[in-house]
Design a protein around this ligand. Structure first.
Ligand SMILES: *Cc1c(COP(=O)(O)O)cnc(C)c1O
Ligand code: SF4
Length: 335
């Protein structure tokens, strides 16, 4: 966290970027030369789930296009406030899966640690937009109980750092956490779920690479990109540095109406990921969270899109289409 007391020289470039993210809808519309008539609705929807987008991510959007697929992921819209009966606050049953403060344990052999509620970007479709992260995450003190939960369950081979975005934490805060995980003998793998290498590639700096080099655990990073235009030259460089450091890279996406709901876009996304050393992992059907109904692509259409994707790509570039069903022992394959 950046506080008034932090001397300027200790703030890294990525922290400055993070602090300067766009949070004012009026500024976003101005930068992108969009119709100011969008503003009142954007303000109303942002009062429920705030706007947040790093400037470098916004710079990848096309000016003057209200339907830009990157913009659609972050622009608060009036439609979010319409009542949609089947869309819930906690569609994936996360509350029920809290095993200890800050730990979600749903699946065999891996547990997910909620290390922070903070994200560099606020994705309008996020199933966590309504989740009480402030209550559920492991704060620095509560890490102790989360860590003892992991240490006590010898069936665990993998710990997943999630949130929020775990790379929102400074290296200074991540470092003792990684060291503590390192000391749990049955853990073999460290997996990080983060959108930051995509939306804030500055985060992948020497400090982070040093930190990742110090752990004995095998390292997996699952990034989150939904559209090929999210992957620009800087993102590619960041991902290549991670790959060169021995981190296994995957991507997960969400199938989103008006963003990536075509075979052509998904094919381009897989190609762009592979060019950056990343393999596609999951393509999630939208979790039915309140405020995100307008993003939904239903199962029959999703399966039809995937049929075309499979015809156009080698098998290793085809993501697995899945949905998360509360109470199931794994993500459920679709189609
Ligand atoms: C999705 C998820 C995982 C990871 O599942 P994988 O199939 O291993 O990628 C782990 N824990 C929780 C709680 C999850 O929601
Ligand atoms: S970065 Fe991930 S956790 Fe954060 S808002 Fe976006 S989808 Fe949700």
């Amino acid at each position: 966290m950046i506080t008034a007391k932090t001397p300027a020289r200790q703030i890294s470039a990525w922290q400055r970027e993070l602090a300067q993210a766009i949070t004012d809808p009026a500024e976003l519309l101005r930068i992108l030369e969009l119709d100011p008539a969008l503003l009142p609705a954007a303000r109303t929807a942002a009062a429920r789930f705030p706007l947040r987008a790093p400037r470098g991510f916004v710079a990848r959007m096309v000016k003057g296009d209200p339907d830009d697929p990157l913009l659609r992921q972050i622009l608060p819209l009036a439609v979010e406030l319409e009542p949609t009966p089947n869309f819930l606050a906690d569609p994936v049953g996360d509350r029920a899966a809290v095993a200890a403060a800050g730990v979600l344990h749903k699946y065999h052999g891996r547990a997910l640690l909620l290390v922070t509620g903070a994200c560099a970007v606020h994705c309008r479709y996020c199933f966590r937009r309504e989740f009480p992260y402030a209550e559920s995450r492991a704060s620095a003190d509560a890490w102790r109980s989360a860590l003892s939960y992991l240490a006590d369950d010898a069936s665990l081979r993998e710990v997943i750092l999630s949130g929020g975005d775990p790379l929102s934490l400074s290296d200074r805060r991540l470092s003792p956490l990684l060291a503590a995980l390192d000391r749990i003998p049955h853990l073999e793998r460290l997996r990080i779920h983060s959108r930051q290498p995509i939306v804030l590639p500055e985060r992948v700096d020497d400090g982070l690479l040093d930190l990742l080099a110090r752990t004995r655990l095998r390292r997996v990073l699952v990034v989150h990109a939904n559209h090929p235009r999210e992957i620009d030259g800087r993102v590619r460089e960041a991902l290549k540095r991670l790959a060169a450091a021995g981190v296994t890279l995957f991507n997960q996406s969400v199938l989103l109406r008006g963003v990536n709901d075509s075979a052509a876009t998904l094919v381009e996304l897989s190609e762009a990921l592979f060019a950056a050393r990343v393999l596609p992992y999951y393509l999630h059907l939208l979790d039915r969270v309140r405020g995100a109904a307008h993003f939904e692509v239903k199962e029959p259409e999703a399966s039809a899109i995937m049929k075309v994707v499979r015809q156009r790509l080698p098998g290793y570039l085809v993501p697995r289409l899945v949905r998360e069903q509360p109470g199931q022992p794994a993500k459920t394959p679709v189609g």
